[in-house]
Each structure stands twice: as C-alpha cells, then as structure tokens.
Write a protein that binds this ligand. Structure first.
Ligand code: AOF
Ligand code: ZN
Length: 364
C-alpha cells in the first residue's frame, strides 16, 4: 500500500509497535507517527515499562511541527498518571489538530477517557483504523489489564498424529529448524515460559530464547507439586534466566529452602496433592507475569486446557507418524463433541513441510 491515507501511517505505527513486542513487560506495545502537511515529522514507540510512551517520543521529535499536525497512535492515548503523565494532555498542549487511533485502551483507568479528553479539547479524533491488528498485538495486555490473569499461549511441536515424542521418549527433533526458530521468537514475546516437572525430568530443558539475534529470556516456571526437580537440572542454573517453581502447601519445606537458597522462587498454590492451576494463574498474575508460553508436556497441557486456562493454541505439526501414547493433550477428554474447545480466528501457515495452526480458544 503506498497511498498516503490514514491506514498508511497507522501501519507504520503498528510496525514499530510489533517490533517492540516482548520488551514492554506488563505494558502494551504502542507506536505513534506524527504527520504535518504530508510529511512525517515525528515517530516513536513505547520501548520499556517506566519510560516514555510512544506519543511522547514522537512529539519530542516533532517539536514545534506538532502544532496543527495529525498524530497516529495504535492505542488510545492515556488519560491517567501511571509511571508517566497522561499522553492526551501532552497532545493537547502541543496543539495537535487531529488524532487517529487504532484500538481503545481496555485499561479501566483509560477505557475511552483519553479519547473523551481529546475531543472535549476540540481535537478531532478518529478511532478504529486497523484496530484488529492493534488488538492482536496487545492480546496479552488486553487480558491481563482487565482480569489480572496471565494470557496463556499453549505451544506444541508434534508429529502429524499428535505425539510429542516416540514411545521411548525421543523428541529430537520433531519440527524443522524454521518452526524451532519461530518458537524462540515466541519465547521472547512472553514474560513466562511454563512446563511440568515430567518435561524437566525427561528432557532437562534450558527454556531460554536462542534466536539469531539476542532475545529476552522469559521467567521459567515449573509446575512441580512434590519438588522433584533434581539438583543438576539446567533450570536451576539462574545465570541466564530466573526460575520459579509452583508447588503446593504439602511440599517439603527443607527442599523448598534449599531451592530458595539457590535463587529459585517458590510459589505455593493450593493444599495439594496437585497444584491448583487456577490459583497458580492468579498468583502468577500478582507477580506481574502477564503472559505465559506453555510448552507442555502432555499432562500439563491437558490439565490447563481442561481447566479453561488456555487463551491461544499454537500447534506446529511435522509430517511424521510415530504412534505410541505421548499425546500432546493427556486428560480424560470431554464426553461430547459439542464440549470440544474450539479455535477462533484460526491462522494456518506452512513452514516448508511443517504446518503451524494457531487460534484463540473458545470454551463451551
Ligand atoms: C499510551 N501510550 O505508549 C502506552 C500506553 O505506567 P505507565 O505510565 O507506563 O502507564 C501504563 C499504562 O498506560 C498501560 O497500562 C496502558 O493503559 C497505557 N499505555 N498508553 O498512551 C503508550 N504504553
Ligand atoms: Zn500515554
């Protein structure tokens, strides 16, 4: 698209926001472009929680050119004092003439009041330009800010017959290198990465972000109701990334303090014998973990799905058939087809001979 219209500039603002995914902590990704007389005079993105919002960077660049200009913002300008002052006030102060917004900010402290404030100060405001793309970029933020719960993306890499490993537990490698590279990008974009103790015992994973360019490591979260994690597990080496273990009130306090003395955070969720996953999500949210990439194994995948705690499913399939019972989802299963968890907004992508299917879950 190369016509100079609202979508042209908004897509540039969205491109900036998209590239900042994974580095804004619990904050949304936001981009802003300021245009005056057919020329871009300022642009910016929110890059880190606690630092300037997108509008502030773009307006600083525009300087006096902001007067009479149009500002394109991927998220409604804020109207509250958070870690930074309200962007809507700044747009008013700079005498911007028109503001084009993609999505409304679902933060209850904002939720339309930023737009209201601009309008009541005589600024023309247009909303909904490329809104869906903005909402998709901030799907984790949108859930967390309205519920306090982390957004969970369940990812699997399986054979075509839905197996995570061979019957002897061999899993290296199922998916191709493009799919594996994609997963590391997903790790970068989530604040937490979660596995069950079964996966730790079977694979001794590192769960760090290994991409061609350095990525950010999510906090590693292990669901381990009896603190069975072995001393030599790679996840207990916290040089590169933090580790949290989610267990129960029944867990051995001596083992817990040994682990804590190695810098591991222990979260007790429920009386046991199993971890209360619903409570775990609430407690992880309280720890300001707003997004989690769930990487299995089959038992934890099944339990999380059954408990209705999965928001997005991203499944990579390799064209292989292996049989056995190492299923991607291990749980009793629903009785009727109309109880199935269905996917919406489904996206299908081929990565050479692998296929990725992703969608938002809908529970019945
Ligand atoms: C904007 N532009 O670039 C961002 C916005 O603690 P603070 O001050 O950083 O405020 C965080 C809240 O501000 C966040 O929850 C969301 O509602 C909004 N983020 N708003 O106008 C931005 N990052
Ligand atoms: Zn703001």
């Amino acid at each position: 698209m190369n016509i100079l219209n609202d979508e042209f500039y908004m897509s540039l603002a969205l491109d900036m926001a998209e590239k900042a995914q994974g580095q804004t902590d619990i904050n949304p990704v936001v981009g802003c472009v300021v245009v005056k007389d057919g020329r871009i005079v300022g642009m910016g993105a929110h890059l880190r929680r606690g630092t300037g919002h997108a509008e502030v960077h773009a307006l600083n660049m525009a300087g006096t050119e902001a007067e009479g200009a149009t500002a394109y913002v991927t998220l409604e300008p804020c109207s509250h004092y958070g870690k930074t002052p309200p962007c809507s006030d700044r747009l008013i102060k700079e005498k911007v003439k028109r503001v084009v917004v993609a999505a409304v900010d679902p933060n209850p402290q904002v939720a339309g009041s930023g737009i209201e404030r601009l309008r009541s100060n005589g600024i023309e405001v247009i909303t909904g330009v490329l809104a869906e793309r903005s909402e998709r970029l901030n799907e984790t933020f949108n859930k967390y800010i309205t519920t306090g719960l982390p957004f969970v993306t369940l990812k699997t890499a399986s054979t075509l017959d839905g197996r995570l490993a061979s019957r002897t537990g061999d899993s290296k490698w199922i998916s191709n290198s493009d799919a594996r590279e994609r997963v590391h990008g997903m790790r970068h974009r989530h604040q937490g990465i979660m596995v069950g103790i079964g996966t730790v015992l079977a694979d001794d994973p590192e769960l760090t972000t290994r991409t061609a360019t350095p990525g950010i490591n999510p906090v590693r979260i292990v669901i381990d109701s009896q603190l069975r994690i072995p001393d030599q597990a790679r996840l207990l080496n916290t040089e590169q990334a933090d580790t949290m273990i989610v267990t129960t009130a029944q867990a051995d306090p001596v083992r817990a303090s040994q682990l804590e003395s190695r810098g591991i955070r222990i979260l007790r969720c429920g009386e046991g014998p199993h971890v209360d996953l619903t409570l775990a999500m609430r407690m992880l949210g309280e720890q300001e973990i707003s997004s989690i990439l769930l990487e299995g194994g089959g038992r934890l995948n099944g339990s999380m799905l059954e408990a209705g705690l999965v928001d997005r499913v991203t499944l990579f399939f390799a064209p292989k058939l292996i049989g056995g019972d190492m299923s991607t989802f291990t749980f009793d299963g629903f009785e009727k087809m109309n109880q199935a968890v269905t996917l919406e907004q489904v996206e299908v992508e081929t990565l050479e001979d692998n296929v990725c299917i992703s969608g938002r879950t809908r529970y019945h």
